[in-house]
Design a binder for this molecule. Structure first.
Ligand code: KG4
Ligand code: ZN
Length: 361
């Protein structure tokens, strides 16, 4: 089985071919990702209109490169899978329409993929993980804990009631005059900082409600920075280190709750695992905290390679293969309309304000 995947939901234009032959491990035959970071950097965040235009300009060439790299012709592909949501609608339209055109011209089925499903299933592509497992998705647009029970069978256990975690990093960086994207720059600035200098709040820590919240923390950072302005390099380092410590602590608390719930709901699962995905999962302080929480709770900590944790099309192609294999691919997706909002499970009610302000809301 060979599937061509296309991803354009935010600021990466990506295409990939993934293959699955018989009982052997799946293989990523090509994985081409063009980041638009430079085009958005001047604005301190992703500008939807710029993103959509950049996708239009780049996508043809990226798809061609993915096919060339894989040495698979369009004829040899079994299906075309494209991200159909959630994300910025301009980019989704570009990717999905392109996929529809390719599928129609080559007479191949088209599979409309939920971007979050791509993240959710990546650990099965990279580590062959068995269901069920827990997923922590922490990116610029999403902060969720999802119980991954099977292909197409997901249950969201927690989400953010305000900002996404990556967004909190990006906004903190902006406040401190650090460049976009904020996450890696906050992490870099935090080296040599005193994490105990500022006692920032640990949002939701100890709360029975499972969700995340980061906007109060952001406000606390702003107040601290304003109170001691102008900021020296050491002040910035101390604020970044203190911010990271607060985030890691709050995240660890939320995750520990989810691990306990997983134990209760899946008592027969011999080797439970927590999988992380999203750009924020690259953060060392956060990773170390999560690893410690997992080891304490007897969970394996699974972090797929970073380039497959952040947005890419291999995860979309793989989700297409998973759906084809499970016999649940909607191959009549030619009429599918892109969805800017598309929760992974239709059961969990959307929270007021959740993610609605993020670039990828
Ligand atoms: O998954 P991703 O590449 O794109 C989205 O789907 O959003 O995640 C990007 C987010 C940005 O908010 C960026 O600041 C954050 O991930 N990020 C980090 C780090 N590297 C990227 N946050 C904290 N620490 C990092 N090292
Ligand atoms: Zn993503």
């Amino acid at each position: 089985m060979r599937v061509l995947g296309i991803e354009t939901s935010c600021d990466e234009t990506a295409a990939s071919v993934v293959a699955l032959d018989g009982g052997s491990a799946p293989e990523i035959l090509s994985n081409v990702v063009l980041s638009q970071i430079e085009e958005h950097a001047a604005f301190g965040g992703v500008v939807p209109e710029i993103a959509a235009r950049a996708h239009v300009e780049a996508l043809d060439g990226i798809v061609e490169a993915a096919l060339t790299d894989s040495a698979v012709s369009l004829d040899e592909v079994d299906a075309v899978a494209a991200t159909a949501g959630p994300g910025l609608v301009g980019g989704l339209i570009v990717g999905l329409m392109t996929a529809k055109a390719i599928a129609a011209a080559a007479n191949k089925p088209l599979i409309a993929i939920n971007h979050l499903e791509g993240h959710a299933l990546t650990a099965r592509l990279t580590e062959g993980l068995d269901f069920p497992y827990l997923l922590l998705l922490v990116s610029g647009g999403h902060t969720q804990i999802v119980a991954v029970r099977g292909v197409g069978d997901y249950q969201r256990w927690a989400t953010t009631i305000d900002d996404a975690l990556g967004e909190a990093f990006d906004k903190t960086a902006k406040m401190l005059g650090l460049p976009y994207p904020g996450g890696p720059n906050v992490e870099k600035a935090a080296v040599g900082g005193d994490a105990s200098r500022f006692a920032f709040p640990r949002p939701m820590k100890g709360s029975a409600q499972p969700d995340f919240s980061f906007s109060g923390l952001k406000t606390a950072v702003r107040q601290a920075a304003t109170a001691i302005a102008p900021l020296s390099d050491q002040d910035v380092a101390d604020i970044c280190a203190s911010f990271q410590a607060a985030v890691a602590d709050a995240l660890g608390d939320r995750v520990a709750r989810a691990l306990a719930r997983f134990r209760k709901e899946f008592p027969d699962k011999a080797k439970p695992a927590l999988v992380v995905a999203g750009g924020v999962a690259a953060n060392r302080t956060i990773k170390t905290t999560l690893e410690a929480r997992c080891s304490k709770a007897g969970f394996a900590f699974v972090a797929p390679p970073q380039k497959l944790c952040t947005d890419n099309a291999a995860m979309i192609a793989w989700a297409g293969i998973e759906r084809l294999r499970a016999g649940i691919a909607d191959e009549s997706a030619a009429d599918f309309v892109p969805r800017s909002r598309w929760p992974l499970d239709s059961v969990s009610a959307p929270l007021v304000g959740s993610g609605r302000r993020g670039a990828k809301a």
